[in-house]
Design a protein around this ligand. Sequence first.
Ligand SMILES: [Zn+2]
Length: 321
Amino acid sequence: MTLQRIGTINTIAVEENKDIPPRKDIIQRRVEEIKRERLALQEGSIPDPREEHHVKFEMGGQVQYRLYPAGSYYCSQCKDLEKLYYREEDQILSRPCSCIQERQQLGRQRGWEKKLSSARLRRKFRKRTFANFETAPGNRIAYEAARDYAENFASYRQMGRSLIFLGDVGRGKTHLAAAILQEVLRQGYDGIFVVVIELLNEIRDSYERSNKRERDLLQVVKETDLLVLDDLAAAERFTEWERGKLYEIINARYEDENPIIITTNRTITWIEERLGEKVVGRLLEMSGDILPLDGEDYREKIAAEMRKGRKIEAFPLEGAR
Ligand SMILES: [Zn+2]
């Protein structure tokens, strides 16, 4: 009798002895043995032979293995074997354990959170989605337009079409902007959400401290698929430098046909007075739609803008507040 290792499978083949079952049967028997052992382990009728074991996680697209010591498990049901064993007639069968999906879900969740963080969407804004936006007669059209924009972002992106949400504090402008951004990120685009004053401060600091990483921020806001400029013109006044920087960003996006979503509680005229005609001119050229989230007041103001000869397609409101 000669013993021989066959292929890469560490098993034993026996030549010239017809009484010994062929290799296939040996493997089959070993498999049955393993199944019995695993079933016994899951039933708790034998102690866990492993001193420790690893469990695989994919966190945000990266594979990680976590070490679990003897007797401790991520999933107490399958004891981290990823399959559940059961007896049917005289056979031992198995089915995948639900913990696999659970871990995948967890990994996707982490990946998603990472994505939201790199889009700079703060935690409180992450809860603002289309699903929990409360529509009212004064904001329904803005809501519908926001949904349409998000759902058809691919075409709007192509057209370089921007949106401006106008309305008083608490009307849901930021909510809609955050909801659009999240939907766009879900579609695989990248985007960034910045509060205008904070963005300008950060860029200025980065120049003063000659911080390269922060200066890259300027590049990102120019180039990302979707830029949300929250609370444009919140300040009472802007310095020459701030106006220049804002124009630089908006103009860069205008030239590359990269869309912007703007939220503001100021009127177009107010913005023009503080930020200058150049900034507003670019924004109006980029924005097919100005979406008021308020009553008659804004409709009147937009009508006035249109009378001044600007091509603004304004959504009428479904009735006053
Ligand atoms: Zn399990």
